[in-house]
Each structure stands twice: as structure tokens, then as C-alpha cells.
Design a protein around this ligand. Sequence first.
Ligand code: DP6
Length: 333
Amino acid sequence: MKATAIAPANIAFIKYWGKKDEALRLPLNSSISMNLSNAYTTTTVEFSKAFPQDTINVASDTSFTTFTHVLKNSELRIIAHLDRMRKLKGTDMRARVVTKNSFPAGAGIASSASGFAALTVAAAAALDLSVSEKELSILARLGSGSACRSIPDGFVMWEEGNSSETSYAHSLYPPGHWDLRDIVAVVQSKPKEVGSTSGMEAARTSPFLEARLAAIPGRIARVKKALEQKDIHALGNVIEEDCLDMHAVMQSQKPPLNYLTDETREIINAVRRWRSGGLAVCFTIDAGPNVHLICEGKDEQVISKKASEISGVQQIIVNKPARGARIVTEHLF
Ligand code: DP6
């Protein structure tokens, strides 16, 4: 009745921003991502008839004491997710959940993705549910959209679908397919003020949303081809295009949402300079100011060094492509 899972965060090459069904978390568009080896959540779940209520303990490097609203919201979402899992099993047993991130939560590294993927896999095992990878992906999606992409291995595509059963993620390539890196330049490690869920509710108020959505099928095809051919330049072009379009949508929503800071812009400019100098590197940014630098393994050291020399950069997290969520034998309690 106790199980522990590890799930990676993932970085989207084609982003998810906006839902066609809020309750089911059906996205407005398909997306593609890579799982991250060094940004993950470990979660232990135990169900017992002896527990009078659910208890959730978030152990993290970041102190949550000053951000109680963040903790409250995530607690409610975790309990709602446990209810989903309990319903599948037909039980009302309460749970004890202890969860731990390897990275600062809420700062543009997808903590809800790794968090809900780990919770889904651990809870399913603790309840002894027999569910396929596809079903785990669908369940994880109901907790947080991007979490469905942290279930399968390596390079992953989330098919938008038009119903809960058809909106899930599957692996395009295993982690060993291409020796890419996601070097995260952390410029801020405190939780963001507006989270992705509430932020993307207003996506439709942007006049640019339709233009971005119209461009997505072409971009998906370009990312798939770049992955197939391991073409870093082609991948970089399309990743940056979609990232900047998503931020244009965010910034033109009503009310506008700006996740980019002066430090973010400084890193974007540096990436453009390094590229003019012949380095194959591109950037992408989620709902936070931190910048993900995508490059090939052979350029990891020179790019990590350059990034760490930028004054606003507090920490560098180097990620390789990783496996998806999995059960481990060592428990957190
Ligand atoms: C900007 O998956 O956190 O990181 O489904 O409401 O939980 P909810 O949203 P979430 O959104 C992630 C948005 C993004 C882009 C991406 O990862 O594709």
C-alpha cells in the first residue's frame, strides 16, 4: 500500500499554452518535449484505512513558509488528484504523501509536470491499479497538463486529442536517440506570482493566439524532422520561434502576463551573440524567467561556462534526455 516514484520535469520544444477544456485539461494544441535528467520529483504515497485524513508534505530546497498560498493551492490539487485515483480503485482510504523536488519549485522548471507524474505513478502502484502507460499519461494530464509528457521516455509528443481518452503523450524517441543538453540558467528560484493554470485561462484574449495555433502543425512537423535528422540548427529555429510566440501571446493577454525579466533578456542576447560566433545553441523559456539553453553534448562545457559567467545567473542545472516516470524501491518515509 506504499509506493515511490521518480518523474522528470520536461522542457517543451513546442509549448502548451491554453486549454479547449479546462476541467479535462485538454490543450488547444499538441506539444513536444524532452524529459530532464537532473530536474525531477520523488514522491512516496501510502494509503491506509488508519489515516483519518490526507497529509501532504512538500520537502524542497525552497522554503515554502513565506509562500503559503502556493502550498495551499498545490495541496488542494494533490488531494483532488488523490480523489481521482481513489475513484478508479473504488476506495476511500486516505493517503500520506511526501514529495521532494531536486530543483527550485515554481520558477519555470516544470515542477507541476514532474510532481503530478510522480504522484500519479506512485499512487497507481500504491493502490495496485493495473494501468497502461497511456492511461497513466491521461491520469497525469488531469492533474497538470504538462505532466502527461513526463510519463513516457525521452523525447515525447502529447497528442492534443478531442476527448480525455485521446489526449495523451507517447515517446517519439528514447533518451539515447540524441545526446542533447538542456542547460538551465536559473536567474530566480522563488515561486512565480501567476501560475500556468490561471495564466493560460486568459490565452484566448490575446489577438495572437489564433496565429500561433495556425502555425503549430507546421512546427510539430519541423521538430519531428529535426529530431529524426538530429539537426540542431533546424531544431533551434523552430524552438525559439514557438517560445517567442507563446510569450507574445502571454504578453498580449488581458491582463498581460510577463514572465521575462532583464536577466532573461540578457541571456537571450548572449545566446544570439554566441550563435553568431559559431556555437550551435538556442534558448527556450517556460512560465518563468529562467532560460533553458538547448545544445548538443559536445558543447555542454563551453556553454555552461559562458552561462555561469552572466552576472544574474545564480545556478546552472545541466540536463540530458531522460527516461519517464518510474517506480523506485527507496521510500521517503
Ligand atoms: C509554459 O502544465 O503547468 O510550461 O495544465 O494548468 O497544470 P496546467 O498547466 P502546466 O502548463 C505548462 C505551460 C508551459 C509550457 C509547456 O510546458 O508546454
